[in-house]
Ligand binder design. Sequence first.
Ligand code: LLP
Length: 450
Amino acid sequence: MAAPAPVLDTPDPSFGDLLAARPALAMDPLAGLMVEEVPLARIAAAVGTPTWVYSASTLRRRARLLKDALAEAGLDASIHYATKANPSLAVVNLLAQEGLGADVVSEGELRGARAAGVPASGIVFSGVGKTEREMRLALAEDILQINVESAEEAEMLSGVAASLGRRARVALRVNPDVDAKTHAKITTGLTENKFGVPIAMAPELYGRMSAMPGLEVVGLTVHIGSQIAQGVASYRAAYQRLGQLVRELRAAGHSVARVDCGGGLGIPYRDELPGSPAALAGAIKAGLGDLGVKIMMEPGRWIAGPSGVLLTRVIIEKHATTRRFVIVDAAMNDLLRPAMYEAWHGILPVSPVAFHAPISQADVVGPVCESSDTFTKGRDLPALPAESLVAILDAGAYGAAMSSTYNARPLAAEVMVEGARFSVIRDRQSYDALLEGQRLPAWAEGHTPG
Ligand code: LLP
Protein backbone atom coordinates (compact mmCIF):
# COMPACT_ATOMS: atom_id res chain seq x y z
CA MET A 1 0.00 0.00 0.00
CA ALA A 2 1.39 3.41 -0.90
CA ALA A 3 1.94 5.65 2.10
CA PRO A 4 -0.18 8.80 2.00
CA ALA A 5 1.70 11.93 0.98
CA PRO A 6 2.55 13.97 4.07
CA VAL A 7 0.49 17.09 4.58
CA LEU A 8 2.80 20.06 4.82
CA ASP A 9 0.69 22.84 6.26
CA THR A 10 3.54 25.11 7.24
CA PRO A 11 5.49 27.27 4.79
CA ASP A 12 8.83 25.87 3.64
CA PRO A 13 11.80 27.28 5.54
CA SER A 14 13.58 30.09 3.69
CA PHE A 15 17.12 29.68 2.33
CA GLY A 16 18.30 31.78 5.27
CA ASP A 17 16.51 29.53 7.77
CA LEU A 18 18.00 26.42 6.18
CA LEU A 19 21.51 27.87 6.38
CA ALA A 20 21.11 29.15 9.92
CA ALA A 21 20.21 25.69 11.17
CA ARG A 22 23.20 24.03 9.46
CA PRO A 23 26.47 25.26 10.91
CA ALA A 24 28.66 23.43 8.36
CA LEU A 25 27.11 25.44 5.51
CA ALA A 26 27.76 29.08 4.67
CA MET A 27 26.95 31.37 1.76
CA ASP A 28 30.02 33.32 0.73
CA PRO A 29 29.15 36.44 -1.28
CA LEU A 30 31.80 35.57 -3.86
CA ALA A 31 32.48 31.84 -3.66
CA GLY A 32 28.87 30.81 -3.12
CA LEU A 33 27.66 27.94 -0.96
CA MET A 34 30.43 26.35 1.06
CA VAL A 35 30.73 23.21 3.15
CA GLU A 36 33.03 24.27 5.97
CA GLU A 37 35.61 26.40 4.11
CA VAL A 38 35.36 24.71 0.72
CA PRO A 39 33.17 26.22 -2.01
CA LEU A 40 30.93 23.57 -3.54
CA ALA A 41 31.63 25.07 -6.96
CA ARG A 42 35.29 24.07 -6.48
CA ILE A 43 34.32 20.50 -5.73
CA ALA A 44 32.01 20.38 -8.73
CA ALA A 45 34.80 21.68 -10.98
CA ALA A 46 37.31 19.16 -9.66
CA VAL A 47 35.17 16.06 -9.20
CA GLY A 48 32.10 16.63 -11.36
CA THR A 49 28.49 16.04 -10.38
CA PRO A 50 26.49 14.46 -8.88
CA THR A 51 28.74 14.19 -5.82
CA TRP A 52 28.07 13.52 -2.15
CA VAL A 53 29.93 15.98 0.09
CA TYR A 54 30.39 15.22 3.79
CA SER A 55 31.60 17.60 6.48
CA ALA A 56 34.10 15.84 8.75
CA SER A 57 33.73 18.47 11.46
CA THR A 58 29.97 17.91 11.54
CA LEU A 59 30.39 14.17 11.95
CA ARG A 60 32.90 14.73 14.73
CA ARG A 61 30.83 17.38 16.47
CA ARG A 62 27.68 15.27 16.43
CA ALA A 63 29.48 12.18 17.72
CA ARG A 64 30.81 14.29 20.58
CA LEU A 65 27.44 15.91 21.33
CA LEU A 66 25.89 12.48 21.68
CA LYS A 67 28.70 11.13 23.85
CA ASP A 68 28.57 14.23 26.06
CA ALA A 69 24.79 14.03 26.49
CA LEU A 70 25.02 10.41 27.66
CA ALA A 71 27.94 11.19 29.98
CA GLU A 72 26.19 14.25 31.43
CA ALA A 73 23.16 12.10 32.25
CA GLY A 74 25.55 9.91 34.24
CA LEU A 75 25.01 6.90 32.00
CA ASP A 76 27.66 4.24 31.46
CA ALA A 77 27.09 4.11 27.72
CA SER A 78 28.73 3.15 24.45
CA ILE A 79 27.68 4.32 20.98
CA HIS A 80 27.66 1.90 18.06
CA TYR A 81 27.17 3.90 14.85
CA ALA A 82 24.65 2.19 12.54
CA THR A 83 26.82 1.93 9.45
CA LYS A 84 23.80 1.34 7.21
CA ALA A 85 23.21 5.10 7.35
CA ASN A 86 26.53 5.84 5.66
CA PRO A 87 28.97 2.96 5.32
CA SER A 88 31.71 4.99 3.65
CA LEU A 89 35.02 3.78 5.08
CA ALA A 90 36.17 7.34 5.65
CA VAL A 91 33.02 8.14 7.64
CA VAL A 92 33.14 4.97 9.74
CA ASN A 93 36.88 5.45 10.32
CA LEU A 94 36.37 9.04 11.49
CA LEU A 95 33.69 7.92 13.92
CA ALA A 96 35.88 5.03 15.13
CA GLN A 97 38.56 7.61 15.90
CA GLU A 98 35.95 9.36 18.05
CA GLY A 99 35.60 6.13 19.99
CA LEU A 100 32.36 4.93 18.41
CA GLY A 101 31.79 1.27 17.71
CA ALA A 102 29.57 0.00 14.90
CA ASP A 103 26.14 -1.56 14.52
CA VAL A 104 26.16 -3.79 11.44
CA VAL A 105 23.46 -5.83 9.71
CA SER A 106 25.30 -7.89 7.12
CA GLU A 107 28.61 -9.53 6.32
CA GLY A 108 29.38 -6.59 4.06
CA GLU A 109 28.82 -4.09 6.85
CA LEU A 110 30.83 -6.20 9.29
CA ARG A 111 33.72 -6.39 6.86
CA GLY A 112 33.39 -2.66 6.14
CA ALA A 113 33.48 -1.76 9.83
CA ARG A 114 36.58 -3.88 10.38
CA ALA A 115 38.22 -2.41 7.26
CA ALA A 116 37.45 1.08 8.58
CA GLY A 117 39.30 0.28 11.80
CA VAL A 118 36.44 -0.48 14.20
CA PRO A 119 37.68 -3.07 16.71
CA ALA A 120 35.64 -6.28 16.83
CA SER A 121 35.06 -5.53 20.51
CA GLY A 122 33.01 -2.49 19.44
CA ILE A 123 30.77 -4.22 16.91
CA VAL A 124 27.13 -5.23 17.37
CA PHE A 125 25.38 -7.39 14.73
CA SER A 126 21.66 -6.59 14.33
CA GLY A 127 19.02 -7.64 11.81
CA VAL A 128 16.15 -10.11 11.42
CA GLY A 129 17.84 -12.52 9.05
CA LYS A 130 21.45 -13.35 9.74
CA THR A 131 22.70 -16.25 7.68
CA GLU A 132 24.70 -19.09 9.15
CA ARG A 133 27.73 -17.80 7.28
CA GLU A 134 27.29 -14.35 8.85
CA MET A 135 26.95 -15.91 12.29
CA ARG A 136 30.16 -17.88 11.77
CA LEU A 137 32.02 -14.74 10.70
CA ALA A 138 30.71 -12.77 13.70
CA LEU A 139 31.86 -15.57 16.01
CA ALA A 140 35.24 -15.90 14.32
CA GLU A 141 35.76 -12.15 14.70
CA ASP A 142 34.58 -12.41 18.32
CA ILE A 143 32.47 -9.26 18.02
CA LEU A 144 30.96 -7.63 21.10
CA GLN A 145 27.36 -8.75 20.67
CA ILE A 146 24.83 -10.34 18.37
CA ASN A 147 21.26 -9.09 18.66
CA VAL A 148 18.87 -12.01 18.34
CA GLU A 149 15.42 -11.36 16.92
CA SER A 150 13.50 -14.62 17.43
CA ALA A 151 13.42 -17.99 19.20
CA GLU A 152 14.27 -19.63 15.90
CA GLU A 153 17.30 -17.42 15.42
CA ALA A 154 18.44 -18.10 18.99
CA GLU A 155 18.33 -21.85 18.31
CA MET A 156 20.16 -21.44 15.03
CA LEU A 157 22.89 -19.22 16.51
CA SER A 158 23.32 -21.50 19.52
CA GLY A 159 23.78 -24.44 17.16
CA VAL A 160 26.32 -22.61 15.01
CA ALA A 161 28.29 -21.38 18.04
CA ALA A 162 28.24 -24.76 19.78
CA SER A 163 29.49 -26.47 16.61
CA LEU A 164 32.46 -24.09 16.69
CA GLY A 165 33.00 -24.68 20.40
CA ARG A 166 32.01 -21.08 21.16
CA ARG A 167 29.35 -19.18 23.01
CA ALA A 168 27.84 -16.17 21.29
CA ARG A 169 27.24 -13.09 23.42
CA VAL A 170 23.66 -12.19 22.61
CA ALA A 171 21.02 -9.63 23.46
CA LEU A 172 17.35 -10.40 22.85
CA ARG A 173 15.55 -7.87 20.68
CA VAL A 174 12.26 -6.98 22.27
CA ASN A 175 9.40 -5.38 20.42
CA PRO A 176 7.80 -3.07 22.99
CA ASP A 177 4.68 -2.33 20.89
CA VAL A 178 5.28 1.39 20.98
CA ASP A 179 4.24 3.67 18.13
CA ALA A 180 7.26 5.77 17.17
CA LYS A 181 4.95 7.99 15.04
CA THR A 182 7.29 7.89 12.11
CA HIS A 183 6.85 6.97 8.45
CA ALA A 184 5.11 3.58 8.03
CA LYS A 185 8.07 2.27 6.03
CA ILE A 186 10.57 2.90 8.83
CA THR A 187 8.64 2.14 12.00
CA THR A 188 9.77 -1.04 13.71
CA GLY A 189 8.43 -1.14 17.28
CA LEU A 190 4.83 -2.20 16.62
CA THR A 191 3.65 -5.80 17.00
CA GLU A 192 2.73 -5.81 13.31
CA ASN A 193 6.38 -5.19 12.33
CA LYS A 194 8.77 -8.05 11.62
CA PHE A 195 11.31 -7.02 14.26
CA GLY A 196 12.10 -8.61 17.63
CA VAL A 197 9.89 -10.70 19.89
CA PRO A 198 6.75 -9.37 21.57
CA ILE A 199 7.64 -8.08 25.02
CA ALA A 200 5.14 -10.45 26.65
CA MET A 201 7.04 -13.43 25.28
CA ALA A 202 10.47 -12.12 26.28
CA PRO A 203 10.71 -13.56 29.84
CA GLU A 204 10.05 -17.11 28.73
CA LEU A 205 12.40 -16.88 25.75
CA TYR A 206 15.15 -15.14 27.75
CA GLY A 207 15.02 -18.07 30.18
CA ARG A 208 15.12 -20.59 27.37
CA MET A 209 18.04 -18.81 25.70
CA SER A 210 20.00 -18.75 28.95
CA ALA A 211 19.94 -22.54 28.88
CA MET A 212 21.10 -22.85 25.26
CA PRO A 213 24.64 -24.24 25.12
CA GLY A 214 25.96 -21.88 22.44
CA LEU A 215 24.66 -18.63 23.95
CA GLU A 216 25.80 -16.25 26.65
CA VAL A 217 22.78 -14.00 27.15
CA VAL A 218 24.03 -10.55 28.11
CA GLY A 219 20.91 -8.42 27.89
CA LEU A 220 18.16 -6.84 25.86
CA THR A 221 17.94 -4.64 22.81
CA VAL A 222 15.21 -2.47 21.35
CA HIS A 223 14.86 -0.23 18.29
CA ILE A 224 11.44 1.32 17.72
CA GLY A 225 11.90 3.10 14.42
CA SER A 226 13.83 5.68 12.49
CA GLN A 227 13.45 9.45 12.02
CA ILE A 228 11.61 9.70 15.34
CA ALA A 229 10.87 13.36 15.01
CA GLN A 230 8.23 14.22 17.62
CA GLY A 231 10.11 14.59 20.88
CA VAL A 232 11.12 11.55 22.93
CA ALA A 233 7.77 10.36 24.36
CA SER A 234 7.85 7.10 22.40
CA TYR A 235 11.42 6.44 23.59
CA ARG A 236 10.30 7.07 27.18
CA ALA A 237 7.49 4.55 26.83
CA ALA A 238 9.80 1.94 25.29
CA TYR A 239 12.57 2.31 27.89
CA GLN A 240 10.02 2.24 30.71
CA ARG A 241 8.77 -1.09 29.43
CA LEU A 242 12.31 -2.39 29.02
CA GLY A 243 13.13 -1.32 32.58
CA GLN A 244 10.16 -3.29 33.90
CA LEU A 245 11.27 -6.28 31.88
CA VAL A 246 14.81 -6.08 33.30
CA ARG A 247 13.34 -6.14 36.83
CA GLU A 248 11.10 -9.06 35.97
CA LEU A 249 13.98 -11.04 34.45
CA ARG A 250 16.19 -10.38 37.44
CA ALA A 251 13.43 -11.39 39.83
CA ALA A 252 13.31 -14.68 37.93
CA GLY A 253 17.02 -15.13 38.58
CA HIS A 254 18.42 -14.04 35.23
CA SER A 255 21.31 -11.69 34.75
CA VAL A 256 20.79 -8.65 32.52
CA ALA A 257 24.02 -6.74 32.11
CA ARG A 258 23.34 -4.60 29.05
CA VAL A 259 20.48 -2.78 27.36
CA ASP A 260 21.02 -1.68 23.77
CA CYS A 261 18.65 1.26 23.31
CA GLY A 262 18.73 1.26 19.48
CA GLY A 263 18.86 4.27 17.19
CA GLY A 264 16.17 6.30 15.50
CA LEU A 265 16.68 9.84 16.77
CA GLY A 266 15.33 12.12 14.06
CA ILE A 267 16.76 15.26 12.50
CA PRO A 268 14.96 18.38 11.28
CA TYR A 269 14.89 18.02 7.49
CA ARG A 270 12.20 20.71 7.26
CA ASP A 271 10.64 21.95 10.49
CA GLU A 272 10.39 18.78 12.57
CA LEU A 273 11.10 19.03 16.29
CA PRO A 274 12.92 15.83 17.23
CA GLY A 275 14.17 15.34 20.76
CA SER A 276 17.69 16.47 21.62
CA PRO A 277 20.44 14.04 22.66
CA ALA A 278 19.98 15.36 26.21
CA ALA A 279 16.25 14.56 26.09
CA LEU A 280 17.00 11.08 24.73
CA ALA A 281 19.60 10.52 27.45
CA GLY A 282 16.97 11.67 29.95
CA ALA A 283 14.48 9.11 28.61
CA ILE A 284 17.09 6.36 28.92
CA LYS A 285 17.95 7.45 32.44
CA ALA A 286 14.30 7.58 33.48
CA GLY A 287 13.57 4.06 32.27
CA LEU A 288 16.85 2.26 32.85
CA GLY A 289 19.09 4.57 34.87
CA ASP A 290 18.78 2.89 38.26
CA LEU A 291 19.31 -0.68 37.07
CA GLY A 292 23.09 -0.65 36.82
CA VAL A 293 22.96 -1.88 33.25
CA LYS A 294 25.53 -0.92 30.64
CA ILE A 295 23.73 1.24 28.04
CA MET A 296 24.38 0.92 24.33
CA MET A 297 23.04 3.02 21.44
CA GLU A 298 22.87 2.49 17.67
CA PRO A 299 22.33 5.90 16.07
CA GLY A 300 22.84 6.35 12.34
CA ARG A 301 20.92 9.27 10.86
CA TRP A 302 21.40 11.70 13.76
CA ILE A 303 25.16 11.52 13.33
CA ALA A 304 25.53 11.26 9.57
CA GLY A 305 22.42 12.90 8.07
CA PRO A 306 23.22 16.57 8.63
CA SER A 307 26.86 16.07 7.63
CA GLY A 308 26.17 15.59 3.94
CA VAL A 309 24.81 17.30 0.85
CA LEU A 310 24.21 15.92 -2.60
CA LEU A 311 25.78 18.35 -5.05
CA THR A 312 24.10 18.31 -8.43
CA ARG A 313 24.11 20.34 -11.62
CA VAL A 314 21.11 21.52 -13.59
CA ILE A 315 20.94 19.82 -16.98
CA ILE A 316 18.10 21.94 -18.28
CA GLU A 317 15.12 23.96 -17.10
CA LYS A 318 11.93 22.93 -18.82
CA HIS A 319 8.90 25.20 -18.86
CA ALA A 320 5.71 23.20 -19.32
CA THR A 321 2.28 24.84 -19.53
CA THR A 322 1.63 24.84 -15.82
CA ARG A 323 4.93 23.87 -14.24
CA ARG A 324 8.61 24.68 -14.18
CA PHE A 325 10.84 21.61 -14.09
CA VAL A 326 14.44 21.90 -13.01
CA ILE A 327 16.06 18.75 -14.36
CA VAL A 328 19.25 17.96 -12.47
CA ASP A 329 21.96 15.35 -13.00
CA ALA A 330 21.26 13.59 -9.68
CA ALA A 331 18.28 11.23 -9.62
CA MET A 332 16.31 8.78 -7.53
CA ASN A 333 19.02 6.18 -8.08
CA ASP A 334 21.34 8.50 -6.10
CA LEU A 335 19.02 9.86 -3.40
CA LEU A 336 16.02 7.56 -3.09
CA ARG A 337 14.40 9.09 0.01
CA PRO A 338 12.01 11.54 -1.72
CA ALA A 339 10.73 8.84 -4.10
CA MET A 340 10.50 6.16 -1.42
CA TYR A 341 9.22 8.08 1.62
CA GLU A 342 7.99 11.39 0.15
CA ALA A 343 10.90 12.79 2.18
CA TRP A 344 11.44 16.56 2.19
CA HIS A 345 15.03 17.71 1.71
CA GLY A 346 16.17 21.33 1.70
CA ILE A 347 17.48 22.50 -1.66
CA LEU A 348 19.84 25.46 -1.96
CA PRO A 349 21.32 27.15 -5.01
CA VAL A 350 25.11 27.24 -4.89
CA SER A 351 25.60 30.54 -6.68
CA PRO A 352 25.48 33.66 -4.47
CA VAL A 353 23.53 35.49 -7.16
CA ALA A 354 20.86 32.79 -7.39
CA PHE A 355 20.67 32.72 -3.60
CA HIS A 356 19.26 36.25 -3.54
CA ALA A 357 17.37 36.17 -6.85
CA PRO A 358 13.55 36.28 -7.13
CA ILE A 359 11.91 32.91 -6.53
CA SER A 360 9.04 31.02 -8.09
CA GLN A 361 7.71 27.50 -7.77
CA ALA A 362 9.58 24.68 -9.45
CA ASP A 363 9.69 20.90 -9.47
CA VAL A 364 13.22 19.53 -9.11
CA VAL A 365 13.49 16.22 -10.92
CA GLY A 366 16.14 13.78 -12.08
CA PRO A 367 16.62 12.25 -15.54
CA VAL A 368 15.40 8.75 -14.60
CA CYS A 369 12.38 7.47 -16.49
CA GLU A 370 9.94 7.39 -13.57
CA SER A 371 7.55 10.08 -12.37
CA SER A 372 8.69 9.35 -8.82
CA ASP A 373 12.15 10.59 -9.79
CA THR A 374 11.18 13.89 -8.21
CA PHE A 375 13.14 15.56 -5.42
CA THR A 376 10.48 18.17 -4.74
CA LYS A 377 7.32 19.67 -6.19
CA GLY A 378 6.30 23.32 -6.11
CA ARG A 379 9.42 24.49 -4.25
CA ASP A 380 10.25 28.20 -4.23
CA LEU A 381 13.51 28.48 -6.16
CA PRO A 382 15.26 31.10 -8.27
CA ALA A 383 15.79 30.68 -12.00
CA LEU A 384 18.21 27.78 -12.34
CA PRO A 385 19.45 27.73 -15.92
CA ALA A 386 21.52 24.85 -17.31
CA GLU A 387 24.85 24.37 -15.50
CA SER A 388 23.60 25.94 -12.24
CA LEU A 389 24.69 23.99 -9.17
CA VAL A 390 22.31 23.09 -6.37
CA ALA A 391 22.84 21.30 -3.08
CA ILE A 392 20.29 18.86 -1.70
CA LEU A 393 20.67 19.03 2.06
CA ASP A 394 20.83 16.48 4.89
CA ALA A 395 21.86 13.74 2.50
CA GLY A 396 24.60 12.26 4.68
CA ALA A 397 22.45 9.37 5.92
CA TYR A 398 20.57 6.89 3.73
CA GLY A 399 21.81 8.79 0.68
CA ALA A 400 24.81 7.13 -0.98
CA ALA A 401 24.01 4.06 1.14
CA MET A 402 20.74 3.50 -0.74
CA SER A 403 22.02 4.37 -4.21
CA SER A 404 21.65 2.04 -7.14
CA THR A 405 22.77 2.10 -10.75
CA TYR A 406 19.20 2.16 -12.12
CA ASN A 407 19.09 3.47 -15.69
CA ALA A 408 22.78 2.45 -15.91
CA ARG A 409 23.81 5.51 -13.96
CA PRO A 410 27.20 5.07 -12.26
CA LEU A 411 27.37 5.53 -8.49
CA ALA A 412 28.25 9.13 -7.66
CA ALA A 413 31.58 10.21 -6.20
CA GLU A 414 31.91 10.93 -2.48
CA VAL A 415 34.02 13.72 -1.01
CA MET A 416 34.96 14.59 2.55
CA VAL A 417 35.65 18.16 3.57
CA GLU A 418 37.58 19.20 6.64
CA GLY A 419 38.26 22.90 7.14
CA ALA A 420 39.71 24.22 3.90
CA ARG A 421 40.62 20.76 2.53
CA PHE A 422 38.64 18.23 0.59
CA SER A 423 39.42 14.71 -0.47
CA VAL A 424 37.68 12.21 -2.74
CA ILE A 425 36.77 9.30 -0.47
CA ARG A 426 35.09 7.29 -3.20
CA ASP A 427 35.73 7.62 -6.91
CA ARG A 428 32.81 8.09 -9.22
CA GLN A 429 32.03 4.64 -10.61
CA SER A 430 33.41 4.20 -14.11
CA TYR A 431 31.34 3.00 -17.04
CA ASP A 432 33.68 0.01 -17.29
CA ALA A 433 32.91 -0.85 -13.67
CA LEU A 434 29.18 -0.69 -14.48
CA LEU A 435 29.63 -3.54 -16.98
CA GLU A 436 32.19 -5.43 -14.92
CA GLY A 437 31.38 -9.02 -14.08
CA GLN A 438 28.67 -9.33 -16.73
CA ARG A 439 28.93 -11.84 -19.52
CA LEU A 440 26.76 -13.54 -22.10
CA PRO A 441 25.60 -17.06 -21.27
CA ALA A 442 28.10 -19.80 -22.06
CA TRP A 443 25.95 -21.02 -24.97
CA ALA A 444 26.26 -17.65 -26.69
CA GLU A 445 30.04 -18.10 -26.99
CA GLY A 446 31.49 -16.35 -29.97
CA HIS A 447 29.10 -13.46 -29.53
CA THR A 448 31.14 -11.56 -26.92
CA PRO A 449 29.79 -8.13 -26.06
CA GLY A 450 31.67 -4.95 -26.78
N1 LLP B 1 19.45 -0.04 14.80
C1 LLP B 1 18.62 -0.82 14.07
C2 LLP B 1 18.32 -2.18 14.52
C3 LLP B 1 18.05 -0.30 12.89
O1 LLP B 1 17.22 -1.06 12.17
C4 LLP B 1 18.36 1.03 12.47
C5 LLP B 1 17.79 1.57 11.24
C6 LLP B 1 19.24 1.78 13.27
C7 LLP B 1 19.76 1.21 14.43
C8 LLP B 1 19.63 3.17 12.91
O2 LLP B 1 18.53 4.04 12.87
P1 LLP B 1 18.72 5.62 12.71
O3 LLP B 1 19.39 6.12 13.96
O4 LLP B 1 19.56 5.87 11.53
O5 LLP B 1 17.35 6.12 12.55
N2 LLP B 1 16.22 4.27 4.87
C9 LLP B 1 15.41 4.94 5.87
C10 LLP B 1 15.84 4.62 7.27
C11 LLP B 1 15.84 3.12 7.58
C12 LLP B 1 16.34 2.80 8.96
C13 LLP B 1 16.53 1.35 9.17
N3 LLP B 1 17.02 0.96 10.44
C14 LLP B 1 15.44 6.43 5.57
O6 LLP B 1 16.08 6.85 4.61
O7 LLP B 1 14.78 7.21 6.25
